[in-house]
Design a protein around this ligand. Structure first.
Ligand SMILES: O=C(O)CCC(=O)C(=O)O
Ligand SMILES: [Fe+2]
Length: 357
């Protein structure tokens, strides 16, 4: 696949898990089997431990002293995760996306090869964050691409997708671009920052997508769909594409299962927002588990800072009483470092912390 947009350091190429899972007789290669998977400590369905729900309509329509902004602040501070409802993205578009992505991953390998990652390229079907031959691998395939800014987008990628996914993807990435920008403003408000300051820090922004397909696995308690990690972004907006739950977040040391409401987005704080907010908001470790019998599909949209900018605590949030907790780093260096290592919980952001004692 031709691409002029892969600014990321690519991952080592690995076999397709979707293909592997089609062969019922094959045993699971040891590269996927882990002995260290922590069990989710909280029984499924524990209502007391559900992430907060934020209403986008209330966020945008409320005047001064909007209580939904306070709820947003609480959600970002105490949970780092929330469900976003009334977000305004058309439900028919979401239904189409769900159906068409499921079909896309089901295409025969011969056809999918057209979009498969090649050495040195991050976009397309494949994996991310594989940096060594002996690290454990995630039980899933992904489809990755850069959507915005348009000048960095590979112009031939979306048009090459099967119709009508091609049109649906164009519209979904565009709608999510608008939504992410609106969220960015509301988060600035919640942090008592000037919207202009946030806009200045984020710049044109950088939107990438990662569509995840985790096939079922009869050794599901010994494989991981996606290794525990925090997202490097400002925010991530996740849509679960089918009714199979599997996302878990680490809350006060325990793994808590997220049960998305139909068509709600799961939004989470990423490392960049933790740094900009000078630690007021925290990116939260999360992982994707695998179901023993059912395939699981999810669509993550990552919204980060412009590539040529600088990342550091927002000047208005730093004072003598509240000194900077993170070093400044060029955004490009931040991404380079991120993609050159495997996913390891929150280990990466910790390297930018300033010793406070
Ligand atoms: O599949 C999920 O629910 C989580 C995916 C995720 O964390 C990611 O793509 O960064
Ligand atoms: Fe994630």
């Amino acid at each position: 696949m031709a691409s002029n947009a892969s600014v990321e350091v690519s991952s080592l190429l690995v076999p397709s898990v979707v293909e592997m899972a089609k062969e019922p007789s094959t045993s699971i290669p040891s590269r996927y089997l882990r002995s260290d998977i922590e069990k989710a400590a909280v029984p499924d369905g524990d209502k007391a431990l559900q992430i907060p729900v934020i209403d986008m309509q209330k966020l945008v329509s409320g005047g001064p002293n909007n209580s939904e902004i306070e709820k947003l602040d609480f959600a970002c501070k105490e949970w780092g995760f929330f469900q976003l409802v009334n977000h305004g993205v058309d439900s028919i578009l979401l239904e189409n996306l769900k159906a068409e992505i499921a079909k896309f991953f089901k295409l025969p390998m011969e056809e999918k090869k057209k979009w498969w990652q090649t050495p040195g390229k991050a976009e397309g079907f494949g994996q991310a964050f594989v940096v060594s031959e002996d690290q454990k691998l995630d039980w899933g395939d992904l489809f990755y691409m850069l959507a915005y800014p348009l000048r960095l987008r590979n112009p031939s990628l979306i048009p090459s997708l099967p119709s009508p996914l091609s049109e649906t993807m164009e519209r979904y990435t565009s709608d999510l671009n608008s939504l992410s920008k609106a969220m960015q403003e509301k988060i600035a408000e919640a942090l008592h920052m000037k919207i202009e300051e946030m806009k200045e820090l984020v710049g044109e922004g950088r939107q990438t997508i990662r569509v995840n397909c985790y096939p079922p696995c009869d050794m599901s308690d010994q494989v991981m769909g996606i290794t525990p990690h925090s997202d490097a972004t400002l925010i991530t907006v996740l849509l679960q594409l089918n009714d199979v739950d599997g996302l878990e977040i680490r809350k006060d040391g325990k793994w808590v299962r997220v049960h998305p409401q139909p068509d709600a987005f799961i939004v989470n704080v990423g490392d960049m927002l933790e740094i900009i907010s000078n630690g007021r908001y925290r990116s939260i470790e999360h992982r994707g588990t695998v179901h023993p019998e059912k395939e699981r599909l999810s669509f993550a949209t990552f919204f980060g800072l412009r590539y040529d900018g600088e990342l550091g605590p927002a000047p208005s949030l730093v004072s003598e009483q509240s000194p900077a907790k993170f070093m400044k780093v060029k955004v490009q260096e931040f991404y380079k470092g991120l993609f050159s290592r495997g996913l390891q919980g929150k280990a990466y952001i910790d390297t930018f912390k300033i010793d406070q004692d």
